[in-house]
Each structure stands twice: as structure tokens, then as C-alpha cells.
Design a protein around this ligand. Sequence first.
Ligand code: 8Y4
Length: 284
Amino acid sequence: MANMFRFGTRELPLDTPQVMGILNVTPDSFSDGGQLYQGGRVALDDVLHRAAAMVDAGATLLDVGGESTRPGADPVSEQQELDRVVPVVEALAAEFDVVVSVDTSTASVIEHSAAVGAGLINDVRALQRDGALQAAAASGLPVCLMHMQGQPRTMQDAPEYQDVVAQVGEFLQSRMQACVDAGIDSTQLLLDPGFGFGKSLAHNLQLLQRLDRLQSLGAPLLVGVSRKSMIGALLDKEVDQRLYGSLAAAALALVKGAWILRVHDVEATQDVAKVCQAVMQADA
Ligand code: 8Y4
């Protein structure tokens, strides 16, 4: 049996690439034009239909987020985030045999999501908000620690690094240590360089080229490049025309050691993952 990574009550094999489908439940998420949001609250039926399509297409994780981290997006209150996210996590965990990931930085959302069946805490702020580290440790769930430079509102203004790969690695290592110090086992951590979060195009390209260096931190890697502005900038294409570019980046991420791909287009990415996996495993 392959080495498994445990996500609460479910587990996934570490020797096979995994696809995480993105399920935004924000009114302004730009890839779905806010279609999941009806009359001020999440249309649960629509979310469940979109989730079913992703699961049928091979997603083994679904990422539910109620806060838009898009530069300039309105901040969401704690109560709003709870109202948007927790009922969706509960419904997904009950309905589908997949890992429900909760994209949050908020302690109460971590706590309530864990109570209704979440399998992963995906935090773009790497548990740096007040109470988040303690809430994650108490949940017993694994955590994805992502790197971001700055704050969502202003992070793309003028990102600067001496050595982006080294600095992202140092940040992730320090957050891993903070988690271990808070009682989270190092085997429960995933790491993510945070493509597009306080990075220029050149920074993003260097991080993808050298993703293999982050593997040496010893935790599985999660990567999100799907439809992001780095693809748009390279191709001069709008967000709805970025599929082929996203798939190229996904293939490269897998070759450089990524385990989980966070994507909008599950079926297409699952095909890429199977082909990459076959080539990487072929006997010489
Ligand atoms: C088009 C589509 C343009 C999507 C931009 C975007 C990541 C993440 C996000 C990531 C992890 C996004 C919550 C930004 N990105 N979590 N979350 N890694 N772990 N932007 O890369 O998708 S939201």
C-alpha cells in the first residue's frame, strides 16, 4: 500500500497526484461571476451540483472559501464567513467521499468547519491570525501553509525579494516550526509557495522553475496556478481563456514535485496528472 496522507476521516495516496477543485462561495469571486451567490446567501443546490461535477471528473479534494483574496476585494466579517462556509462544508462532507478543504484564516471558521467534517485547513495566511494556530492544533486536522508577501489588498503593488525561492522556503520553514511548537505533527503539514500572492511574473516563474527546492522542506507540496494572472500575463489572455496555459503550468508543477493541484478545471487537470504520473513512473 502506498504511503497515505491522512485528512481527518479520509486519506489519499502520496504517490499519486491529486486534484483539488475550487468551490468559491464569495459573491465576487471572478471565475464564477458570483453565480454561486443568490439573494445574499450561498445557493447550496448550485454548490452541490458544481461539486458533483468536480468529483465525477476526479477531484479528491474540494476547497471551499468564503473570503476573496483578490487584490482590492472587500474584507469579509467573521460572521459572514461563518455563514457562507460552514453550511457548505457540512453539506459537502456529508454528500461526497472527498476531502473537504476549508480556505480560511479565521479561528472560529477553522473550529466550526472541523466540527462539521472538514478534512483540511487551507490558510493563505499560514495560521498567522490571532487564534488560528491554536484552533488548527485543536482541530487535529492537517494544514496547508501558504506563503504570501504583504496583505491581499496591496500585495501586488511592488513585490520585492532578494531571492524569492530562498525567502519563500525560509518563511514556510518558520511556519512549519510554529505549527510543530503548537502541537501539530509535522506529518500533518502541506506547503504551498503561494503563486500570485505578492509576486511579480518573474517571481512566479522562478518559483515554478525551482519548486523542487521546496520539496526538501519535507512536506508534500500543494500548488495553485489555475487561471492566475501569471498565465494571463504570459499569454495576454483574459481569465476565461487561460485553460491551456494553466495545464502547462500544472504539468510543470507535477514534474517539479507538486502533489496536489488546486484548480478550476478538474477534468482537464486530471488528464494532465495521469499522463505526467505515467511518464514519471515509467521504468527506464
Ligand atoms: C484567476 C483565478 C485569477 C483564481 C486568480 C485566482 C491559492 C489558495 C487561492 C493557492 C492555496 C486565486 C485560496 C486565489 N490561491 N490556496 N487560495 N494556494 N493553498 N486566484 O495558490 O485562486 S485564491
